[in-house]
Write a protein of this length. Structure first.
Length: 404
């Protein structure tokens, strides 16, 4: 099968980059290993060649005249907050859609897989004959807002009237979302549920000596770990509230807290987190955006992993921590209950409930045997349910259904 993945976001497709970019890289390389002809199309980022081959996957990169060629400089999350940003985003993606139309006119693919709705929504209208080959995966974190399900707040009410994701899904051969909860809520007759996978050999408990965390960041064991972009949706402030409760009510047994993630998306919020941490007696580390080797070492060395997100389409960091043999504490929202079975490989808590989070943190801090037992179950779940091989097969099955 000849497959092309198209990605028009703010980072290059790579195993070291953000969650969707990492998903596409792993999906494409696994599909190539399974014998398929796979291409990835993205922006021509500064310093990268127009054409490249990595792990059997062909990369084609298109130069665009409007947006920035510097990775991470123009993030749609921020662009949509201003009229100028929206205008620039639309013009940039329209230029890419025109280049894709020309490319697809010269190069025939069996499947054109989009992972972001911007350019795809333009392409299905300027080139409707491609609709029977296009599939779309909605990698959505803020599900209730993006699909207008909550109807609370100006943006959600606007998206309830016009959701780019739904508009695209109604005009493609097949579509998928990451969890069953969202699939059940969408007004679509047919939609697939396919989770994100994890590289079970890459994320392993054997990575504990990969990086000297004390030398690199001043981090010593034992510690609890949070990984995620430092935004309110991810709940790092809820974790710090829970740490404050622990500090007052319980004995943390020399545990420290590591909050790892990009602080530049919402800089004011990140500054508030650091002020909140400084008021704690418990040591809190902020290593910032970390490289892949550092991330794998953090997962392998942490005693437990916590993610108190308010929304989370599919917590890739949870699956990575599971594969690294960590017990998990996370919120009972969106796709997380499909990853964390309460009482088996960790605990589920309610959103924005720092008291409950503090209680579960204390349970695991006090019981190393339970941490080891739950961590072992986490690893088993990751291997059995979320390997990239099994996830790739589900996508290939969806692709084949479009040609029947």
């Amino acid at each position: 099968m000849k497959i092309v993945h198209v990605y028009d976001e703010h980072y290059r497709v790579s195993p070291e980059k953000g969650s969707v970019a990492k998903v596409i890289y792993n999906l494409a390389t696994t599909q190539s290993q399974l014998g398929h002809d796979v291409t990835v199309i993205e922006r021509k980022w500064s310093g990268l060649p127009k054409n490249e081959q990595r792990e059997g996957v062909k990369f084609k990169r298109f130069s665009l005249s409007i947006g920035s060629d510097t990775e991470g400089e123009e993030i749609p999350y921020n662009q949509i907050k201003s009229a100028i940003g929206v205008s620039k985003l639309v013009v940039d993606r329209f230029e890419l859609a025109l280049k894709l139309r020309s490319h697809f006119g010269r190069t025939d693919y069996d499947v054109i897989h989009f992972h972001v709705p911007f350019t795809a929504n333009i392409l299905v209208h300027i080139c409707p004959q491609l609709r029977d080959k296009i599939v779309y995966t909605a990698h959505v974190g803020e599900e209730d807002v993006r699909f207008g399900l909550s109807k609370q707040g100006l943006i959600s009410r606007a998206l309830a009237m016009f959701s780019p994701d739904l508009h695209l899904m109604r005009r493609t051969a097949a579509s998928s979302v990451l969890n069953k909860r969202l699939a059940a809520q969408l007004p679509l007759e047919q939609i697939e549920t396919i989770p994100n996978g994890v590289d079970i050999s890459e994320y392993s408990p054997e990575n504990s000596d990969l990086v000297d965390l004390n030398d690199r960041f001043g981090i010593e064991s034992p510690f609890a770990l949070f990984v995620g972009t430092l935004t309110p949706r991810k709940g790092p402030d809820v974790l710090l509230d829970a740490v404050s409760i622990l500090d007052q009510k319980y004995n943390v047994n020399q545990f420290s807290i590591v909050i790892a993630g990009n602080p530049n998306i919402e800089e004011d919020f990140s500054a508030q987190l650091k002020e909140q941490a400084e008021a704690q007696d418990v040591t809190v580390h902020f290593p910032g955006f970390i490289e892949l080797e550092e991330l794998k070492a953090l997962y392998a060395n942490c005693e437990l992993f916590a993610l108190p997100s308010h929304e989370e389409g599919w917590g890739m960091v949870i699956t990575e921590a599971m594969s690294s043999e960590s017990p998990i504490i996370a919120t009972n929202v969106s796709g997380i209950p499909e990853q964390v079975v309460d009482g088996e490989n960790g605990f589920l808590i309610e959103p924005d409930n720092s008291e409950q989070l503090a209680e579960k943190l204390q349970v695991l801090i006090d019981d190393p045997d339970l941490r080891e037992e739950m961590g072992s179950v986490s690893r088993s779940f990751a291997v059995e349910k979320f390997s990239w091989e099994s996830v790739s097969e589900k996508y290939l099955s969806m692709y084949k259904s479009t040609s029947q």
